[in-house]
Design a binder for this molecule. Structure first.
Ligand SMILES: C[S@@+](CC[C@H](N)C(=O)[O-])C[C@H]1O[C@@H](n2cnc3c(N)ncnc32)[C@H](O)[C@@H]1O
Length: 276
């Protein structure tokens, strides 16, 4: 079961108006979408994981939620195709849901040794986590472990992985843990798994494109709320939204459980023009 994080805080910050249009860019199990819809607004929900869309697609229409299988990087295009512009608010709850981590069978959790090291959110993605482990150079692996997860032992872990992969392909969660040797403690595993997942799914690139697209479809005065999970993500979101021309509503981010926090930004009238 997934418990929606910062549910009321994030939805309240959007100042939902009845009949308004809201995009939930990360549907998950739909906690935020449902709460917005209960307040009398229309919701266009995006979700990239086709397994999740199949699970939830039926039974949402009556609630005023239209769920679409899509990458949020294409948020502007989808919202235009669905005649959902301009919209009043947009919500991002970045990362994965507990359902995906615990039940997807795609190796998102370091606790399931037998699962394949896949980590692809969508079937269109060609490169799995195992492919990355097998084919990236030392420098590339070092870069993703430091950039996506700020892993201080990245150098040694890369050496261990590169040595282990000469002996056999690292295919499962358990194989990677064995390869990491004494570095396979819970905290380090969490960071390494996060870094691989972010690389497999191009998360930083998708977030950057999604924030730019959000500016295009949000009405002036509309709000965007972003729940982030780790510091790198939070810095990226804050920097991109400021560059695009959004104004932060609260100067301090609001913190919740599971290390998550959220920031709310508003599209103000006098924001400067940018190339989208
Ligand atoms: C933390 S969960 C969202 C939970 C949701 N707010 C709820 O209340 O259930 C994040 C969701 O975003 C989805 N996601 C990740 N990257 C995505 C992308 N590029 N486009 C659309 N959805 C994405 C994940 O598959 C996951 O279901």
């Amino acid at each position: 079961m997934h418990t929606s994080v910062l549910l009321h805080e994030a939805v309240d910050s959007l100042h939902v108006v009845p009949n308004g249009r809201y995009v939930d860019a990360t549907f998950g199990v739909g906690g935020h979408s449902r709460l917005i819809a209960e307040q009398g607004a229309k919701v266009l929900a995006l979700e990239w994981d086709s397994h999740i869309v199949k699970l939830y697609a039926d039974g949402l229409r009556n609630l005023g939620i239209a769920l679409v299988e899509a990458n949020y990087a294409n948020i502007a295009q989808i919202a235009k195709e669905k005649n959902f512009v301009p919209c009043d608010g947009i919500l991002f709850d970045l990362g994965l849901s507990m359902v995906q981590i615990r039940e997807s069978g795609r190796g998102f959790s370091y606790e399931k040794d037998e699962e394949p090291l896949d980590m692809r959110l969508n079937n269109e993605l060609r490169v799995s986590a195992a492919d990355i482990i097998a084919s990236y150079s030392k420098d590339q692996l070092y870069e993703i472990f430091t950039k996506h997860a700020e892993e201080l032992s990245a150098g040694t872990i890369v050496e261990y992985i590169v040595r282990a992969r000469t002996l056999k392909r690292i295919q499962t969660v358990g194989d990677l843990k064995v390869a990491m040797g004494e570095h396979s403690n819970v905290q380090t595993l969490a960071r390494i798994f996060q870094a691989l997942r972010m690389e497999v799914n191009n998360e930083f690139r998708n977030i950057t494109l999604a924030l730019k697209g959000s500016f295009e479809i949000l009405k002036t005065g509309g709000r965007i709320a972003v729940i982030t999970f780790h510091p790198g993500e939070d810095r990226l979101v804050k920097r991109e939204l400021a560059l695009i021309g959004f104004k932060e509503v609260h100067k301090k981010p609001i913190k919740g459980s599971y290390k998550k926090k959220f920031r709310t930004f508003s599209k103000v009238k006098n924001c400067r023009k940018i190339n989208l």
